[in-house]
Write a protein that binds this ligand. Sequence first.
Ligand code: AMP
Length: 282
Amino acid sequence: MQIFDSIKKMQEWSLQARKQGKSIGLVPTMGYLHDGHLSLVQAARRNCDLVVVSIFVNPLQFGQGEDFEDYPRDLSRDTDLLADAGVDAVFAPAAREMYPAGFSSSVEVSGEITRKMCGISRPGHFKGVTTVCTKLFHACMPDKAFFGQKDAQQLLIIKKMVRELNFPLEIIRVPIVREHDGLALSSRNVYLDAGQRQEALALNKALSQAKEQIAGGERDIARLKDRISGIITASPQAEIDYIEIVNGEDLSELEAVDGIVLIAVAVKFGKTRLIDNLLVEV
Ligand code: AMP
């Protein structure tokens, strides 16, 4: 497995691979890998000849007072896991390689899709995400890039950017991987103490119950949100950031549950902010 920290070297490797007719699958990550990331790697291996995983904790997507400094990092553990998983190349640039002094460009998707949900609580976050993904796509030149449904809003924003700006690649959605008890895997789960870890199960429980209620015929969004809120606030440390039930393809508002629907929550437990979601089709 090759490890690159230079954009130029990464591009040379990708160009060479493409010249040989090999397809490249990219899995962008911020590292501290878990089985959720590895399921993206497996999807990339199934779909492409070569797999590149990028590991970059992107300063542009963290706001003031967020956890950029504390974000867990362990590059040697990550590269061991990726070598075992059969990855062909890792792209792990330093921040100064991605953003040299004087860097002042950005790529931004505007409109309702970026203005709601995490766009409200994390101003500038998605602009940081679309800017770094643009740079990662240019460095790694993938035919397909794999993103987790865990970050549902991010996935839809990147799909929109790729479509509207004619990036020559396809975005592939990979389902959420959960712990045996239902907690969605996240690099941030390491921040939770034992009590918070237990309380965080309320997210999946609330989403699953909403899904059951929809299956049972419930279509009223306010009532569904109330019940989700009731389940989550039963956990004493939970502080709800948002509960949204929106169109699952473009995040637009719905009058009632209909079509492909995304139920998404963001909840803080102490300093740790967790997100989770569920797609339902009626
Ligand atoms: P991150 O390292 O948190 O930026 O995540 C990198 C990629 O892994 C993103 O596309 C995430 O959506 C995806 N991902 C994170 N957690 C999970 C999970 N539990 N299941 C599936 N994909 C995930």
